[in-house]
Design a protein around this ligand. Structure first.
Ligand SMILES: Cc1cc2nc3c(=O)[nH]c(=O)nc-3n(C[C@H](O)[C@H](O)[C@H](O)COP(=O)(O)OP(=O)(O)OC[C@H]3O[C@@H](n4cnc5c(N)ncnc54)[C@H](O)[C@@H]3O)c2cc1C
Length: 615
C-alpha cells in the first residue's frame, strides 16, 4: 500500500508524536508532583479537629441503619469493609475522617511529606525521651486518609517473631498462637519476590510484597559487615528472623500498597452493599445498657446518627479508638467522671498500656563513598521505571534483627534499619529542636549513611487520655519511652547502639572508612570514651523518636482490669461492639505493625462471618 519513500516520513511523524505525547504526560506528572510537594511542605498541621469538623447547627439528623458500621478506613477498617461486604446480604457503612489517596501519596518516597493526610498529633512534653525535640514533644503522625496510617507509612513489611504470637497465646488469648495467625498473614499477602522461605508467604492476597531496585552504593558493604559480625542474609518474615535483609516493602512495582489501594480500590463502586463516607468524623459510639446501637458523626458541618443492626466495629487506630471509647463513656470511671462524661461501662484499661517502638534517629556515619544526587526529574523517570529512590520511604533499604545478649539467637530485641546516601531529610520530620535540627543539617547527604536503632520489646508503657470531653480536641498522648523502673529499655537500646558501633571495626566498614559523626547537644561533655554509658544514655533520651507503632491502648486479654477486648475483639461487658485495629495487640510485636494489623482484621472478619452465618 505504501512505498518506502512514503512510509519513512509517516513513521517519523508517528514516532515524534508518541514521544511528544510521552514527554507531555511526563511534564504534566512532573509539574503535578512538584506542586503537590510544595503544597504538602507548606501545609500547617492542625492543632485540633475544630477547623475541619465544627458544626454551627445543633440539629441531629437521624438516618437509617446498616448491619455493620465500621469507624475508620485505615489498615484494619479497609480489610473489614472488603471482607464483610463479600456477603451480599449485609449492608456495610464505612466512615472515614480523611479523604482519598492521590497519585502523589502513591509515591513511597513522599511518605514523610504527606502532612495534609496527618491528624497532626504530637506527644505531650516528655521527661525520659524526646529531649532533643521542640518542647520535648515527639511528632506522632497518624494517617487521616482512606487507608489510614498505611496510606502514609514507611511500607516496611515485617510481621514480628513467632515468639510474639505464642506470647499472646500464653497470656490467655486462645487462637492467637503463631500457628493460628500464620494462615492469616499468608491470606493477606501477595509475595512478588523470589528466594523467600516457602511455606511462610502467601500468593494471591491483597498486600503486595516487593524488594526495591537498584541497590544503593552502600548495600553490599552493609550486608558484608553484617556477615562479618555473624549475621546471615535471611527472609526475616520466614523461617528465621535473625540476620540481615533487603527490606520487604508493601509496594506494587513502584507504588505504595496501602490497605485501601489493596482492598477498597478493587471493589469501589461494584459492591452496592458497601457505602463509604469520607471526610466524616465519628464523635461518639451510641450505647444503651451496655449495647452499642450506632454512632454519631459530623459530615459537612452537620450532625448525624446512624444505627447498627449487628455491630459497630471500631477501627479508628490506637490513638482515636480509645479516645472514642472514652468519649462514649467506656473507660476508667474516675477519669471520665472528672470530665463530666457519664460512665456507661467502667473499663480501667482503655487508653492504658500504650506500647510503641522507640526509634533512635541520630547514628550517622561518614564514608569515603560519594553517591550521586539526581534531580527530581531524573528520580521521577526512575520511579516510572520502578526504580529507587522514590520507591523507598525516606530511602530506607536494609533491615537487620539482632539480640543484644546473644547476637543471632531468636527472638531479637533490636532492629537496625539502613538509610543510605543520598540522604533526604524532610524539614518537618521528627520535630527536632534548633540544636538538633542544626546537627541534622550538618550531615552530608551524598557521603553519609544512617542506621536507625529500634527497641523491639520495650517494657515502658504510656497512655492515651482525654484533653476535654469533645472529639473536636486532640487526645493527650504520653509515650514515656525509657521510663521502666528497672531501666531495662534504655540499657537494651544502649547495647544495640554499642554493638552497631563495633561494626566500624569490620573489614567491610573499614574499607569505606565508616566513621561515626553524630553529636548530641546537651550530652557532649559526658563523653569520656566512644561507648561511654552516661553519654549514650543522654544521647538516647535526646534523640529517640517513635517508629510510629503504637499498640495496646485497647488491648486483648481476659482481665477486666488490664485489658479492653476479648480474644474475638469484643469489648468487655459490651454487646455489639468490637475494636479491631492496632490498639488490640496484647503486646507489641518484634516487627512493624501494619502486617499484624491486617492479619488481625482478616482473622476477625472470619470470626464475624462465622458468628453471623456469613460463611
Ligand atoms: C509515619 C508512619 C510510618 C509507619 N511505618 C510503618 C512501616 O513501615 N511498617 C509497618 O508495618 N507499620 C508502619 N506504621 C504503622 C502502621 O501503619 C500502623 O500500625 C497501622 O496502619 C495501624 O492500622 P490501624 O487500622 O490500627 O489504624 P490506621 O491505619 O491509622 O487507621 C485508623 C483510621 O481511622 C480514621 N479515624 C480515626 N478517628 C476517626 C473518627 N473519629 N472518625 C472517622 N474516622 C476516624 C483515621 O483517619 C484512619 O484512617 C507506620 C505508621 C506511621 C504513621
Amino acid at each position: 500500500m505504501f512505498d518506502i519513500p512514503t512510509i519513512f516520513p509517516l513513521l517519523f511523524i508517528l514516532c515524534t508524536r508518541v514521544w511528544s505525547l510521552q514527554t507531555d504526560s511526563f511534564e504534566e506528572f512532573y509539574n503535578y508532583v512538584e506542586s503537590k510537594s510544595n503544597y504538602e511542605n507548606q501545609y500547617v498541621l492542625p492543632k485540633n479537629n475544630r477547623d475541619l469538623f465544627e458544626t454551627s447547627d445543633a440539629t441531629i439528623h437521624v438516618l437509617g441503619s446498616y448491619d455493620f458500621i465500621i469507624v475508620g478506613g485505615g489498615s484494619a477498617g479497609s480489610v473489614l469493609a472488603s471482607r464483610l461486604s463479600e456477603i451480599k446480604k449485609w449492608k456495610i457503612l464505612l466512615l472515614e475522617a480523611g479523604g482519598d489517596e492521590t497519585a502523589f501519596s502513591d509515591i513511597p518516597g513522599y511518605g514523610p511529606n504527606l502532612r495534609s493526610m496527618n491528624w497532626g498529633y504530637s506527644t505531650i512534653p516528655q521527661k525520659t525521651c524526646c529531649l532533643g525535640m521542640q518542647n520535648q514533644q515527639c511528632d506522632y503522625t497518624r494517617g487521616k486518609v482512606l487507608g489510614g496510617s498505611s496510606g502514609t507509612n514507611a511500607l516496611v513489611y515485617a510481621r514480628g517473631s513467632y515468639a510474639d504470637f505464642d506470647g499472646w497465646q500464653a497470656l490467655g488469648n486462645s487462637g492467637w498462637s503463631y500457628q493460628d495467625v500464620l494462615p492469616y498473614f499468608k491470606k493477606s499477602e501477595h509475595i512478588d519476590i523470589s528466594g523467600y522461605d516457602v511455606g511462610y508467604h502467601g500468593v494471591g492476597g491483597p498486600l503486595h510484597v516487593n524488594y526495591t531496585v537498584p541497590q544503593s552504593i552502600i548495600a553490599d558493604t552493609f550486608i558484608e559487615a553484617c556477615r562479618q559480625k555473624g549475621l546471615e542474609e535471611v527472609d526475616y518474615n520466614g523461617r528465621n528472623q535473625m540476620g540481615v535483609s533487603k527490606i520487604q516493602f508493601n509496594i506494587n512495582f513502584n507504588k505504595r500498597v496501602s490497605a485501601s489501594r489493596a482492598l477498597i480500590d478493587p471493589i469501589k463502586g461494584s459492591r452496592k452493599n458497601l457505602n463509604i463516607k469520607l471526610n466524616t468524623l465519628v464523635v461518639k459510639i451510641l450505647v444503651k445498657d451496655t449495647v452499642a446501637y450506632g454512632v454519631e458523626y459530623i459530615e459537612a458541618g452537620k450532625r448525624y446518627i446512624v444505627k447498627a443492626k449487628k455491630e459497630v466495629l471500631l477501627s479508628a487506630g490506637s490513638i482515636n479508638s480509645p479516645q472514642l471509647l472514652l468519649l462514649s463513656g467506656l473507660g476508667p470511671k474516675a477519669e471520665l467522671s472528672k470530665l463530666g462524661i457519664r460512665v456507661k461501662n467502667n473499663l480501667p484499661a482503655v487508653g492504658k498500656h500504650l506500647k510503641d517502638h522507640p526509634f533512635y534517629i541520630n547514628l550517622f556515619f561518614r564514608t569515603n563513598l560519594t553517591a550521586m544526587n539526581p534531580t527530581l526529574r531524573e528520580n521521577l523517570h526512575r520511579y516510572l521505571m520502578g526504580e529507587a529512590p522514590l520507591t523507598r520511604y525516606n530511602g530506607l533499604e536494609l533491615i537487620a534483627f539482632i539480640n543484644t545478649t546473644n547476637h543471632t539467637q531468636s527472638p531479637p530485641d533490636i532492629e537496625y534499619i539502613l538509610t543510605p546516601p543520598p540522604l533526604n531529610l524532610p524539614p518537618h520530620i521528627y520535630n527536632t529542636n534548633d540544636d538538633y535540627s542544626h546537627v541534622f543539617q550538618g550531615y552530608n547527604t551524598t557521603t553519609d549513611f544512617t542506621t536507625g536503632v529500634i527497641l523491639l520489646k520495650p517494657k515502658s508503657e504510656g497512655s492515651v487520655s482525654l484533653r476535654t470531653n469533645s472529639m473536636l480536641e486532640f487526645p493527650l498522648i504520653d509515650v514515656r519511652y525509657f521510663s521502666d523502673p528497672e531501666g531495662r529499655d534504655i540499657e537494651t537500646m544502649y547495647q544495640g547502639i554499642k554493638y552497631f558501633l563495633s561494626f566500624t571495626e569490620t573489614p567491610a566498614f573499614k574499607k569505606i572508612n565508616a566513621t561515626l559523626i553524630s553529636t548530641h547537644p546537651g550530652c557532649e561533655e559526658l563523653k569520656k570514651n566512644p561507648v561511654d554509658r552516661d553519654y549514650w544514655y543522654c544521647a538516647i533520651r535526646h534523640a529517640t523518636s517513635t517508629a510510629y507503632h503504637p499498640v495496646g491502648t485497647t488491648r486483648m486479654g481476659n482481665s477486666l482490669q488490664n485489658s479492653v477486648v476479648n480474644n474475638e475483639c469484643i469489648v468487655h461487658n459490651m454487646k455489639k461492639l468490637r475494636v479491631v485495629d492496632a490498639g488490640v495487640l496484647p503486646d507489641i510485636v518484634r516487627g512493624h505493625t501494619n502486617a499484624v494489623t491486617n492479619m488481625i482484621a482478616e482473622k476477625i472478619s472470619d470470626v464475624i462471618k462465622t458468628h453471623y452465618g456469613g460463611k
